[in-house]
Each structure stands twice: as C-alpha cells, then as structure tokens.
Design a protein around this ligand. Structure first.
Ligand SMILES: Cc1cc2nc3c(=O)[nH]c(=O)nc-3n(C[C@H](O)[C@H](O)[C@H](O)COP(=O)(O)OP(=O)(O)OC[C@H]3O[C@@H](n4cnc5c(N)ncnc54)[C@H](O)[C@@H]3O)c2cc1C
Length: 508
C-alpha cells in the first residue's frame, strides 16, 4: 500500500487549493482525480466553447429528478470530470458574493464572516482590473474583466441605466447592486483559467506530489475513528492508499456525500436502506441540497448579426431586487451573445435567425432539496432533487425578473439591438409569465450544501471543516456551504479550499 501524509480526493475548485497549500507547507500529498488531465486541452481552454463541455467526456452526466413544478422535466446538472473539476468546464464567472452572504454562514458556523473569508479570497486571485484593496494581486487564479466593446455588453449597460439601476465599477467591489462588467477566470491571453492551471500546474513536478488521474475513490478507510486512507478504482483494479495525517474530500457537492455514505457516514435509515454498515450517524449527509434556479433563457431577436462570441459569450452582471423591501439583491441577469434555451423552449419557440439571450437567476434563493444514492455500488445513479421553485419566493422573484427584463430590452437605453421577442415570443404578464418560468427553469450549476458545516447536530461537518465523529477527515468543496450565497459558487469554493488547507495544518 503506497501512501503520503495526506490524500486529497478531487482536484476541482476546492481540492486544487488544498493540494497546493499543503505542498507549500512541506507535506506530501496524493491527489486522486476521477477524470483525466485537462491541461493544454484546446476545447477546455477555449472560453467561448464552454457550452459544449456540459456533457460528454468532461462531465459526470448527473441529472436532477423531475417534478411537476418544472413541468416534469429532467434537468442535466453538469459536474466537471477532469483535472480542475468544474472549474475546467464552467462558465468562468468570478463573483465572490457580499458580506450578507457570509453573515448567514457565520451565524451557523462561527468563523465564516466576510472579514474571516476576505484574506482567503484575496489569496486566490490575481485581479487584472482597476486595483482595489478588496482584490488580490498575486494569487493563482487569473481574473480579468471582459472587453466592453461588444454591442450586447453596451446594450446591457444602457438598458439597466434606463431601468434606474446604478452602474458599478466592479461586482466584486463593496456594493454589487446595479450593472457592471463581469469578472472572469479567463487569463489575459483569453484562455479559460482553471484551478488546475492556477494551483496545480506550477507544482506538478513537486517531489511531494503524487497525482493519480483516471482514479476514482470508492471508500475512506479507517483505523478506529481515524481516517487512514482510501480505496481507489484505477485501470480496472481496486487499490488501497495510505494517509498518515489525514484525508480531505473535495469531490464536489454530489460525489462527496456519496463517498461519505459509501464509507458508512450518513443518515442511519439511508445506510440501512442501502445495506451499508453504519460508522458515524450523520443525518445531514445528502440533505440541504441547494442551487440557484436559472431561466435559460429569455431569447430576443437581434436587429443585426452580433458577430463572433467574445470571452465566455457574456460580459455584464445585472444585480437587482425583485422587491424593493428586500434587504439583499436577489436577482442576477447576464447576456448571452447568441441563443440559449432548455429543450422545452426549443420545442416551443422559433429560435432561428439573429438571436441574443439573457439568463436570469434567483441568487438569494430559498428552495432546498436532497440527494440519495441509487444503490451501494460506487457508480450507482444518484437521485438528486433540489426542489427548484418549491419555495414560492423563488417563483415570484423569477416572474418579476422576467417582466423586468422584457421591459429593459425595449427601453431606450438598450439601443437599437432589440428587434422583437423570440422566447417568450410576446410580452408576458401574470399566469403566462409563470408558465414560461416553469418551462424555462434550469440549474445555475451551483449545487451545494449536502455536507454542511455548522455547530448544530444537523451539520455533519464542523466550522473547521472536519467530519464530526472522525479524526483526520475533512471536507473542502461546495458540500460544506450551509446556505447558498447570492453569487456564483466557483470563487466561494476556491476560498473554502484555501481555508481548508489552513485548518488541516493547524488542527492536527
Ligand atoms: C457547466 C457549469 C457552469 C458553471 N458556471 C459557473 C460560473 O460561471 N461561475 C461560478 O462561480 N461557478 C460556476 N459553476 C459552479 C462551479 O464551477 C462549482 O460550484 C465549483 O467548481 C464546485 O467546486 P467543487 O470543488 O465543489 O467541485 P468540482 O470543482 O466539481 O471538483 C470535484 C472534483 O472531484 C472529482 N471527483 C468526484 N468524485 C471523485 C471520486 N470518487 N474520486 C476521485 N475524484 C472524484 C471530480 O472529477 C472533480 O474533478 C459552474 C459549474 C458547471 C458544471
């Protein structure tokens, strides 16, 4: 049995920083990644091509289970399968959220307030926009603002102004409400900048690193209550790997709760149903699944061809409140320099010709669900149910958001790009808007929360990211998020990875 000080399972947004920081501290690390290397792969580096990565070779192929609330549709929930995890396939938006998001974390997991997290956020990034004390200058992730010259970018800025929203210098500045040029994890040379490029590529030849790609962890091994290794499936064989100081799970919000349960850590009744032996009773594993519902998307006829895609095909973030009485902005819209539609919209509307789209998400969302294992085999299909739109506040916010955006494209500030409605194909109100929302709701790709951190008994992970009841076992990915922040999740999970390494080193 070969070994190292630590084993890290998963090389994505959370795992990559853990590996890098443990190596820098002098530890030896085995990194286990189920997918293959993404480094230097043209289709991964092509920022405008990210849509094509949502299925196929670089994706796990998971699905959300249908409900009547979304008209019985099954929704694919892509998760990156390869070095860099979902950072290698995602849409590259880099948005960290605001103090109010982290105040909610801090309330259940003390030590996660904005001021606690800001140093780690700064350590993540090299920001190429205007210098700001809130931004990082020499971190592994290259973060750039987009080229503002695209006609749709200008229309989004002007349209928001027409609707009375302020213009922001930076959504990652002190107040994101309004419209701003987005931030992207795209390098200055225009390539997608993955967590593998930022955190792992510079240490690939480090003597302390053993990188195993195409290797799937299937169980955490224990010596008493101490995690001492993992079982891995690689090249058609099962292998045992030893960790003398501990194991860090960073397999993401769907695979980490699976791995915990396969290792006997989970809800008692669930483990009994699956025929898995109980090691640690942890009722919260697989519960508290959250995601942002995304309208994908509102499509509009363009008065002229938009030309080739720039950047990730977007360019701005519009952030506003569906109801002025809300404390925190709950809606976020972004442009798409082309058509964008779930299959139910393709079936229902004519999307031929020059078309642009606007995606709309509820970011301060309230619906919650859970995920369950379909069986005790390590690759059994998952039953993943986020219960999108189950909280009426999420539905209402989207209805208001659709009506706002339909007005915005027709406003004077949007300019002459808008030439008519495509999907929806007419101006909507009332029940018609609700039907459109149910038909077009999809995932914002931000699933999280399935092994949440917190002080309460319902949280399987401590605020220092250790699995309760075990020694030498930590979680460092989107699973630990107790309450979904009103932002995209790549930046928050990178920050979690930075802090996880610090906790692992301090809490030996
Ligand atoms: C299509 C898409 C678009 C998105 N767009 C954005 C965006 O624009 N901005 C944003 O902020 N967020 C976006 N996200 C979300 C964001 O990328 C994720 O929230 C974040 O990357 C999650 O990080 P993680 O570490 O939890 O998981 P991941 O980054 O998914 O990493 C998990 C890693 O573990 C590996 N793994 C899993 N199980 C095992 C196992 N048993 N053994 C070995 N390895 C295993 C996986 O292959 C993967 O590499 C998007 C996600 C997707 C998929």
């Amino acid at each position: 049995m070969s070994g190292a000080d630590y084993i890290v399972v998963g090389s994505g947004s959370g795992g990559a920083p853990v590996v890098r920081r443990l190596l820098e501290a002098g530890a030896s690390v085995i990194l286990i990644e189920a997918g293959e290397s993404t480094l230097g792969v043209p289709e991964i580096e092509d920022a405008a091509g990210w849509f094509a990565l949502q299925s196929g070779r670089w994706d796990w192929g998971h699905r959300y289970t249908p409900t009547e609330r979304i008209l019985g549709r099954e929704i694919p929930i892509p998760r990156g399968l390869g070095l860099g995890g979902s950072s290698a396939t995602n849409a590259m938006m880099w948005y960290r959220g605001v103090p109010a998001d982290y105040a909610r974390w801090d309330a259940v997991a003390p030590g996660w307030g904005w001021d606690d997290c800001l140093p780690a956020f700064r350590a993540c990034e090299t920001w190429h926009g205007a210098p700001d004390a809130l931004r990082g200058e020499d971190g592994p992730m290259q973060i750039t603002p987009p080229d503002p010259d695209h006609p749709l970018t200008q229309a989004m800025l002007g349209g928001a102004r027409s609707m009375g929203l302020p213009e922001n210098a930076d959504p990652n500045g002190s107040e994101p409400l309004g419209v701003a040029l987005a931030n992207f994890n795209i390098g200055p040379d225009g390539r997608r900048w993955t967590s593998a490029m930022g955190y792992l590529e510079p240490v690939l030849n480090h003597p302390g690193l053993t990188l195993l790609t195409g290797a799937r962890a299937t169980e955490v091994l224990f010596d008493g209550d101490r995690a001492c290794g993992v079982t891995v499936w690689r090249s058609g064989q099962s292998e045992r790997l030893e960790a003398t100081r501990g194991v860090i799970l960073a397999a993401g919000a769907l695979e980490t709760p699976r791995l915990l349960q396969l290792s006997g850590i989970g809800p008692e009744a669930e483990l009994a149903r699956l025929g898995l032996p109980l090691r640690i009773r942890a009722e919260g594993v697989g519960e508290n699944l959250q995601d942002h519902p995304l309208i994908r998307a509102l499509n509009f006829r363009a008065s002229r061809p938009l030309g080739p895609m720039k950047g990730n095909g977007g360019g701005t973030l519009t952030i506003w409140k569906s109801d002025a009485a809300l404390e925190q902005a709950d809606l976020l819209a972004f442009p798409v320099q082309g058509r964008s539609a779930v299959p139910a919209l393709w079936d229902h509307y004519d999307l031929e010709g020059d078309v642009f789209a606007i995606g709309l998400g509820v970011m301060r969302s309230h619906s919650k669900g859970r995920m369950r294992l379909g069986g005790a085999a390590p690759d059994a299909p998952l039953d993943i149910q986020p219960n999108l739109l189950s909280d009426p506040r999420d539905l209402q916010a989207l209805i208001r958001g659709v009506e706002f955006l339909q007005d915005m494209v027709a406003s004077a500030g949007f300019g002459d790009l808008f030439a008519g409605y495509a999907a929806p194909d007419t101006k909507l109100t009332g029940a018609a808007t609700e039907t459109f929302v149910r038909r077009a709701t999809s995932t914002f790709f931000h699933c999280c929360g399935t092994a949440r951190m917190g002080q309460g008994d319902d949280a399987p992970v401590t605020p220092r990211l250790a699995v309760k009841g075990a020694r030498g076992l930590w979680v460092a990915d989107a699973s630990v998020i107790p309450d979904i922040p009103a932002c995209h999740t790549h930046a928050p999970v990178t920050m979690i990875g930075e802090r996880a390494a610090q906790f692992v080193l301090e809490d030996q």
